[in-house]
Design a protein around this ligand. Structure first.
Ligand code: HEM
Length: 509
């Protein structure tokens, strides 16, 4: 009987559909059997992480979800579970008190394909501990966070002031000038290099670095749907990212090769030298992680994080100064009164420049350069406030929920440096002020970044008055909100009017 043969025949499509239905059922059962944190509905395998990209302003999506689902809520990035941790108490509980459990990085496009689980920012476990410690100790030996670095930063500040003066008070974009100067500070410690503002190869490196940060933020579609990377063409910029990483690693590879050629173990001049010595000392150890690839990825982490974040913070500061003339006048008057105009501001001045310091802190809070901190994960099944957190879950620390919490700051939407000044006129340091994050995996470069902000920003105000281009205004709300790895202002132009003396006449102290 031909018909029964037909009844028994199952096409590959129907088998696929049955398997899909069974898998979906299993996933749903698993979800309801375990007590996962609450969150919006999701489509199996597709997820619901578009909830984060629902608004071009990532902060609005985060605030809506936090309000609806509380401090700990779940999202699905494709089939992968992600849990957002919001509010200071929850962040402290997870990443400080239980930091030992939640300090690894999850498996992601970034950690696997781009960083190959190496370097510092994408590494986990013993590799991460060893290389984070090595980087911190070595960079400290080369001046990281020490006042001995002041002279080097002053040199970059003076070069930046001269480069701005060359704009002759005409409207210009400040971001690239700041970027080269800031980058030169970390470069001096990592590979001993200095690049000029008009060096075309370095300008290309800087442009590629910008693209890299813009393309790899937490709301890039490929983060939610990793399968998109396999589509023809490059709509989601994965191929572009890989090309950019190759270019940046080529640039760093050339610098490493030069260091290998000139290596002298009695003359340690920078981070690459110190790493090459460690490689030499460990060459007989079969499992040593001191390899050329680890060196390349670490230098790329330091170079990228050390350039982009501080540059973005200074660029925001200039935008706010130009847009809020009353605040700029107050910062200038404090600098003029306490330092005058004959020498550059020094780290010693910091304790007296209360309003200027409060302004810098308010920039770090209000502009919240890293809106969602880098993703973390846990290496075993665990629980948080009664919710199940399966091994390998991606944890997203929502820094915005802390820096914009009205219970902490009262009026977080207002730009108000005075919030960091106490009744006696002293600087307040609230523990909830966490732009560099907190816990074991906090920012490696915090001490360097703070030194740079304390030397670059007051010097810019001492020397120059920032104004919008003639006949225009700078609307911060309109310029706000390009979200990649960092949160940047949209491109803008300003005028920098010389206040008094020429840059080379101001003596560094
Ligand atoms: C205003 C400037 C900066 C801000 C706001 C900032 C913020 C952050 C944040 C929020 C993290 C993520 C922490 C986490 O894993 O959850 C981070 C990590 C990191 N930062 Fe910074 N950063 C700044 C400057 C720098 C500088 C100058 C360096 C240069 C050395 C640097 C190097 C790093 C590295 C290597 C990591 C990865 C740490 C790890 O995975 O253990 N950062 N930073």
């Amino acid at each position: 009987m031909a018909s029964s043969e037909h009844d028994l025949y199952l096409s590959p499509i129907s088998i696929g559909l049955v398997l899909l239905a069974l898998l979906t059922l299993w996933l749903y059962k698993r979800q309801y059997r375990s007590k996962l944190p609450p969150g919006p509905w999701h489509i199996p395998f597709i997820g619901n992480a578009w909830e984060l990209a629902a608004d071009p302003d990532l902060r609005k999506s985060l605030r809506r979800l936090h309000k609806k689902y509380g401090d700990i809520y779940r999202l699905y990035m494709g089939p992968k579970l992600a849990v957002v941790i919001s509010g200071y108490e929850a962040i402290k509980e997870v990443f400080v008190k239980r930091g030992g459990e939640f300090s690894d990085r999850p498996d992601s496009l970034y950690s696997s394909l781009i960083a190959e689980y190496q370097g510092i920012a994408a590494a986990s476990g013993e590799r991460w501990k060893e290389h984070r410690k090595f980087a911190l100790t070595t960079l400290r030996n080369f001046g990281f966070g020490k006042t001995s670095l002041e002279g080097k930063i002053h040199k970059e500040v003076s070069i930046l002031l001269s480069a701005i003066e060359k704009q002759k008070e005409k409207p210009f974009r400040i971001q690239h000038l700041v970027q080269t100067s800031v980058s030169n500070v970390i470069n001096a410690m990592t590979f001993g290099g200095h690049f000029n503002h008009d060096d075309p190869r370095f300008a290309k490196v800087m442009t590629i670095l910008d693209e890299h940060f813009e393309n790899n933020g937490p709301n890039n579609a490929v983060t939610f749907f990793p399968f998109l990377q396999y589509l023809p063409g490059d709509l989601f910029r994965v191929k572009k990212t890989l090309r950019n990483v190759k270019y940046l690693e080529g640039f760093i590879g050339d610098l490493i090769d030069k260091h290998v050629e000139n290596f002298d173990e009695n003359k340690m001049e920078d981070f690459i030298d110190a790493f090459l010595l460690e490689m030499k000392n460990n060459r007989d150890q079969k499992d040593s992680t001191y390899t050329k690839k680890q060196l390349t990825k670490t230098v790329l982490d330091l170079f990228a994080a050390g350039t982009e974040t501080t540059t973005t913070t200074i660029t925001w500061a200039v935008l706010y100064l130009a847009a809020k003339q009353d605040i700029q006048a107050r910062v200038y008057s404090e600098i003029k009164e306490i330092i005058g105009t004959d020498r550059l501001p020094s780290l010693q001045d910091k304790r007296n420049l209360i309003y200027t310091e409060a302004f810098i802190m308010e920039i770090l809070r209000a502009c919240n350069i890293v809106t969602v901190s880098l993703p973390h994960t846990c290496s075993v099944d665990t629980k948080l406030r009664g919710f199940d957190i399966p091994k390998g879950t991606t944890l997203l620390p929502d820094i915005d929920s802390v820096l914009f919490d009205s219970k902490i700051w009262g009026d977080p939407e207002e730009f108000r440096p005075e919030r960091f000044i106490g009744k006696e006129g002293t600087l307040l340091k609230p523990e909830e002020f966490i732009p560099f994050f907190t816990g074991r995996r906090n920012c490696v470069g915090e001490s360097l970044a703070r030194m740079e902000l304390d030397l670059f920003i007051p010097a810019l105000v001492q020397r120059l008055e920032f104004l919008p281009p003639e006949g225009t205004t700078l609307d911060i709300n309109e310029l706000d909100g390009v979200f990649g790895i960092t949160h940047k202002p949209k491109p803008f132009e300003i005028r920098a009017i010389l206040r008094t003396k020429k840059a080379d006449e101001i003596k560094s102290c």
